[in-house]
Design a binder for this molecule. Structure first.
Ligand code: SF4
Length: 216
């Protein structure tokens, strides 16, 4: 596992995008956060603008947790999804947020370009803490020559889904339903998330208004 990590305080995260309520990034309605920065370089990565550790914006974990709490009350979200970018590259902040979210009774889903074995072998205490707070893990790099044709929300067929708690089942029918694409007009800008995101490359931009560190 590449140990390159972003240098950022534990109570903060560097983010690229936030969607407060989506049904395109995991089971049920979810609060989704795209992390800014990834040490991997999968050919065909659908979020190349999220690879640099310099982009995005910083947000306080406390502020994000408050937004998650509001989304649970207003939109009935059942959990959060961490993707990117690479969540384990900011494992201290990610695990702190996950702990807060689990304490609210919500679930945590993580997409990582590293395999479960690589994360465990890293012996990175923050990454292990994040795993301990994760209900669903989708692991492994994106391989564009092995596109996933069957499982919803999964990019390539090498990626595995782990139910790390008994909250979800990997054979639930939700995993075989068709993928969805969500479009929003935020502050005059078209934003897109879900699948097939690659079809929208070039026509959309990140939603500045969705930044959780800013007043809403
Ligand atoms: S792990 Fe994900 S974000 Fe990182 S390069 Fe691969 S596909 Fe892109």
């Amino acid at each position: 596992m590449d140990h390159r990590r972003i240098s950022i305080a534990e109570a903060r995260l560097r983010l690229a995008q936030v969607v407060a309520c989506t049904e395109a990034e995991g089971p049920g309605r979810r609060f989704a956060l795209w992390f800014q920065g990834c040490p991997l370089r999968c050919p065909g990565c659908c979020n190349p603008e999220m690879l640099s550790f310099e982009g995005g914006w910083e947000a306080e974990v406390d502020a994000i947790a408050a937004q998650v709490d509001r989304a649970a009350a207003s939109d009935g979200i059942e959990g959060i999804t961490l993707l990117g970018g690479e969540p384990t590259a900011q494992a201290a902040g990610a695990s702190a947020l996950a702990r807060r979210v689990r304490a609210m009774g919500l679930s945590v889903m993580v997409f990582s370009g590293f395999t479960l074995e690589e994360i465990r072998a890293s012996a990175d205490p923050d990454a292990l803490n994040l795993l301990a707070q994760t209900d669903l893990l989708v692991d492994g790099p994106y391989l564009r020559d092995r596109p996933e044709a069957r499982r919803r929300w999964i990019g390539s067929s090498n990626q595995r889904v782990y139910a790390l708690t008994d909250r979800y089942r990997v054979n639930d029918p939700c995993w075989s339903r068709p993928n969805t694409l969500e479009l929003r007009l935020v502050g005059g800008e078209l934003t897109v998330n879900g699948f097939p995101a690659s079809s929208a490359v070039g026509i959309w931009r990140r939603p500045r208004e969705a930044r959780p560190s800013e007043p809403t």
